[in-house]
Design a protein around this ligand. Structure first.
Ligand code: FRU
Length: 501
C-alpha cells in the first residue's frame, strides 16, 4: 500500500470516526422517525439515488464534522423497501486535489456489476467572491459500500467557453449503449441552463450542447438538474437560483420545479411549456429521481431550504430528506407526486376519528401523536365554510398549531406555520384545480416535518416545523360555515430508526 492510499483511507476513516462521536451527542426532541437524516450533523441534497442489487441506495451531501454546511462528503443509507433504512459508512470524502473543498452533488449509475458515483469535485479559488473550479469525477464500487475514485479523475475538466466555473451536479443515465449526463450551469451572462454530455464509457465525455436555458425569468443558475422520460414526455427537473417571487409562487429563497415537453434526440433540444413548481411548502429543494425495477420513477428532495433557520443545529444535527414520492403525469399534463405505496408499512395502530361534518367549530380529536398519517376527504359540494382543514401539533393551551387548510373563495390550499413552534414562521398557499367535488388531504407528520399530498399528489406541500414535543393534538376545523367530511382515516406511524436498534 502506498502512502497516498494510506492517507486517503485516513481521511474517510477520520470522517466516520468524527460522525460516530458526534452521534452520541445528538438530542432527540425533533429527531425524525421515518425520514433520512445523517446520524449526526449537517446534510443537504439527496445524491446518487439508485436501485442496485435488489436494494435502494440514497447518498446525500453531508458534513460529518459539524451541524453547519462545510467540505462536502457523501453520506449513505440503503433500504430494501424505501421505508426501513440502514445507515452505512460515509461513501466519499474530499481527499484529492480535485475535490479538496468538497464532493458536491451528483448521481449514481449501475453498469454490469459495478455501481458508479458521478459527482462534482469542488475547489475554492476565491470563496468570498464565490469563484471555484468545478470538475466532474467518478468513483466505483462492487459491493455498493466502499468506493474507489477513478485514477483518471476528473473526467470532465473544462467548462464550455461561455460558462462560468459554476458547472455541477451531474445526473447520469444510460440510453441504448451510451451514457448521458445533464449538468447545472451558470453562463458568463448569468443565465441559468442545463447542458448535456455523452460518453461510451463514463470516462471520456463529449459536450453535446444546451438542453434548455433561462429565456425569461428562470434565474442565473440551475442546480441539480435531472432529465427524465415520464409517460411519453420528457421533463427537466431542476432547482433554479435567482427567480423572483410572483404572487404565491416562488416564495422560497430558491425553487424546485420542472419544464415538461418533447425532446428531439437528433437536435438535442427540449421544447417545453412553463416552469412549474413541484412542491409548494417552505422546505423542498434539489429533487433527484431514480428508476426502479418496477418501472417507477421515484423522487426524493432535500426537506429544507438554504439560509432558513434550522433550530435542530442546537441538537447536533441538521437537514433531512423528504419521503420517497412516485412521479407520474396527470391527464392535464402535470407531474403529480404520490407517497410510494410501501409507506403503508409505516402504519402501526389505526386511530379512529368519527367525523361527518364540521360546522363553524374546531373539533379536538383523541389523537396525540408525533408520528402520524391522516387522510381526510372533504366534500366541496355544499360547503358554506370560508375555510376548513386540519390542525396538527396543537398545544393544550392553544398557542401552538400548524394548519393545513383550504380557502374556499380562492380555491387555495395553504400551510400555515405562523404558530408552529421554534424558529420558523410563514404561510405558503397555492391554487388548486379540484376536479369533482372532493378534496383529499393526505398528511404525514414526523417530529419536525409536515408533508401534504392533496388530491392524490396533485399538489404537494412540505415544511419543517419545530413544535414543543408536548404539542401533539390533531384538530379539525371549519370557519364561518360548514363542510361535510366524507371520510377520515389516521394511523400512528412507526419510528423506523428506533425499530432498527
Ligand atoms: C444544491 C447545491 C448543489 C451543490 C451542493 C453543495 O443545494 O448547492 O448545487 O452541488 O448543494 O453542497
Amino acid at each position: 500500500m502506498t502512502t497516498q492510499t494510506l492517507d486517503k483511507k485516513t481521511v474517510l476513516e477520520q470522517a466516520n470516526e468524527a460522525l460516530q462521536k458526534a452521534t452520541k451527542n445528538v438530542k432527540q426532541d425533533h429527531r425524525l422517525g421515518f425520514h433520512i437524516a445523517a446520524p449526526a450533523n449537517w446534510i443537504n441534497d439527496p445524491n446518487g439515488l439508485v436501485y442496485f442489487k435488489g436494494e435502494y441506495h440514497v447518498f446525500y451531501q453531508h458534513h460529518p464534522y459539524d451541524e453547519h454546511w462545510g467540505p462536502m462528503h457523501w453520506g449513505h443509507a440503503k433500504s430494501k423497501d424505501l421505508v426501513h433504512w440502514e445507515h452505512l459508512p460515509i461513501a466519499l470524502a474530499p481527499d484529492e486535489e480535485y475535490d479538496r473543498d468538497g464532493c458536491f452533488s451528483g448521481s449514481a449509475i449501475v453498469d454490469g456489476d459495478t455501481l458508479y458515483l458521478v459527482y462534482t469535485g469542488h475547489v475554492w479559488v476565491d470563496r468570498p467572491k464565490d469563484i471555484a473550479i468545478q470538475t466532474q469525477c467518478i468513483a466505483s464500487s462492487k459491493d455498493g459500500i466502499t468506493f474507489t475514485k477513478f485514477e483518471g479523475n476528473p473526467v470532465i475538466k473544462e467548462v464550455p467557453s461561455d460558462s462560468t466555473g459554476h458547472l455541477r451536479d451531474p445526473k447520469v443515465w444510460k440510453q441504448n449503449d451510451d451514457f448521458h449526463m445533464v449538468l447545472g450551469n451558470r453562463t458568463k451572462d448569468d443565465i441559468g441552463r442545463a447542458i448535456h454530455y455523452s460518453s461510451k464509457d463514463l470516462k471520456n465525455w463529449h459536450y453535446e450542447g444546451v438542453i434548455a436555458k433561462n429565456e425569461s425569468d428562470l434565474g442565473y443558475m440551475w442546480e441539480c438538474p435531472d432529465f427524465i422520460e415520464l409517460d411519453g414526455k420528457h421533463a427537466l427537473l431542476f432547482s433554479p437560483q435567482g427567480m423572483k417571487a410572483d404572487g404565491d409562487k416562488y416564495q422560497n429563497l430558491y425553487q424546485t420545479g420542472y419544464l415538461l415537453g418533447d425532446y428531439n434526440e437528433s437536435t438535442g433540444k427540449l421544447t417545453y411549456g412553463d416552469f412549474v413548481e413541484l412542491d409548494h411548502g417552505h422546505d423542498y429543494y434539489a429533487v433527484q429521481t431514480l428508476h426502479d425495477d418496477k418501472g417507477r420513477r421515484i423522487g426524493i428532495g432535500w426537506m429544507d431550504m438554504w439560509e432558513s433557520n434550522m433550530p435542530t443545529k442546537e441538537a447536533g444535527w441538521c437537514g433531512a430528506l423528504t419521503l420517497p414520492r412516485e412521479l407520474s403525469l396527470s391527464k392535464e399534463g402535470k407531474i403529480i407526486m404520490k407517497p410510494v405505496a410501501e409507506l403503508e408499512l409505516l402504519r402501526d395502530e389505526e386511530l379512529v376519528i368519527p367525523l361527518t361534518e364540521i360546522n363553524n367549530e374546531c373539533i379536538q380529536t383523541n389523537i396525540h401523536e408525533d408520528l402520524v398519517e391522516i387522510k381526510a376527504v372533504f366534500s366541496l359540494k355544499d360547503v358554506t365554510a370560508e375555510e376548513f382543514g386540519i390542525k396538527v401539533r396543537c398545544s393544550e393551551d392553544g398557542k401552538e398549531e400548524t394548519i393545513i387548510g383550504y380557502d374556499v373563495a380562492s380555491s387555495k390550499l395553504f400551510l400555515d406555520r405562523e404558530h408552529s413552534g421554534k424558529g420558523v414562521a410563514g404561510i405558503r398557499k397555492t391554487k388548486m384545480d379540484v376536479q369533482g367535488d372532493s378534496l383529499i388531504v393526505h398528511v404525514y407528520c414526523d417530529r419536525s416535518s409536515v408533508e401534504v399530498f392533496a388530491n392524490d399528489g396533485d399538489v404537494n406541500m412540505t415544511s419543517r416545523i419545530y413544535p414543543n414535543p408536548e404539542s401533539l393534538q390533531v384538530q379539525f376545523y371549519a370557519k364561518n360555515g360548514k363542510v361535510a367530511v366524507e371520510s377520515v382515516q389516521a394511523w400512528k406511524l412507526k419510528d423506523i430508526w428506533k425499530e432498527n436498534k
